[in-house]
Design a protein around this ligand. Structure first.
Ligand SMILES: [Zn+2]
Length: 301
């Protein structure tokens, strides 16, 4: 595995930077998921990788854990695309260039740009925070998780007729819920529903992890291709709505309304009382940065 080889090198180089030796926790932060044969040569676009704050520790740390950014980003894009689509023949947004910029800014990561040229910025400050305990594997896990989320925004389909990127519409909940469902399906949130990674309460409109774990539960319990089919409803269900998307995938039956499915999910994971309390959405660390940086820039035209 390239990543493990990279990590071994990273241990040496970070140690030589004068920091304490990395503490590995291999049980928790597993290796990246495999790439299916049909995606191994899929071209997700040209990677234009830049470090624009090279003086920052975060930039140096990034370079030590990611020795080949083009391959790292390309392979993680393939993992995202195979989670969203059945085959390369599907209707996949044709991205020509992915600008990936590691730089100093207040936030975590965000996607901007549109059409066939998307841009993802990743914060050196966040890299430093994620490396606080010199845990190389934890930083790799976090970095992959963030990139899965942002690359989903580059490659996901966007539903029509259900609002805009406003932090509350069905459109927004679809966009952010799918991004965290893909991150989870790719293994960069804990897939155990009892995990602390899964926020309690909220509902399918809460977005981010709250919606993401719901979509993943549907994938594990109702249809093994649920996430792919859900992404596809952006094309097939117009105007888009939660109920119509669920009926389209699972069959037109009252038990498949989104409210019924949510209640079934809550009961299955033992959360009914939490659901009633409807805790505020504080699920996603990325939220403030994304809101700030992505406002008005999200839509692909
Ligand atoms: Zn997002």
């Amino acid at each position: 595995m390239r990543n493990l080889a990279t990590l071994a090198l990273a241990s040496l180089s970070i140690f030589s930077m004068g920091a304490a030796a990395p503490v590995a926790s291999p049980g928790k932060y597993h290796e990246p998921i495999g790439i299916e044969r049909q995606w191994r040569h899929y071209h997700p676009g040209k990677i234009n990788f830049q470090i624009t704050s090279p003086e920052k520790d975060g930039a140096k740390i990034y370079s030590s854990i990611v020795s080949d950014p083009d391959s790292y980003i390309t392979d993680n894009a393939r993992r995202v695309i195979q989670t969203l689509y059945f085959s390369p023949a599907d209707s996949i947004p044709d991205i020509r260039v992915i600008d990936y910029v590691v730089r100093d800014f207040d936030g975590i990561s965000y996607k901007s740009g549109g059409g066939d040229n998307v841009r993802i910025d990743y914060s050196t400050d966040w890299i430093e925070k994620s490396f606080a305990n010199n845990d190389t594997l934890k930083l790799d896990y976090e970095t992959r998780g963030v990139i899965y989320h942002e690359l989903t925004h580059a490659f996901q389909l966007e539903p029509k007729g259900c609002g805009s990127y406003d932090g509350k519409s069905p459109y927004w909940a679809f966009i952010e819920g799918t991004a965290d469902a893909v991150r989870l399906a790719c293994g960069c949130f804990e897939q155990d529903f009892a995990s602390k990674d899964r926020p309690r309460g909220g509902n399918w409109m809460s977005g981010y992890r709250i919606t993401g774990y719901f979509l993943y539960w549907l994938n594990q319990n109702k249809d093994k291709d649920f996430i792919r089919k859900f992404n596809r409803t952006a094309l097939d269900v117009v105007p888009w709505s939660w109920d119509e998307a669920m009926y389209h995938i699972l069959g037109r039956d009252e038990k498949n309304s989104v409210a019924s499915l949510w209640n079934e999910y809550m009961a299955a994971v033992g959360d009914e009382e939490d659901a009633a309390r409807a805790q505020p959405v504080v699920a996603e660390d990325q939220q403030p940065a994304e809101r700030k940086h992505r406002k008005g820039k999200h839509h692909r035209k």
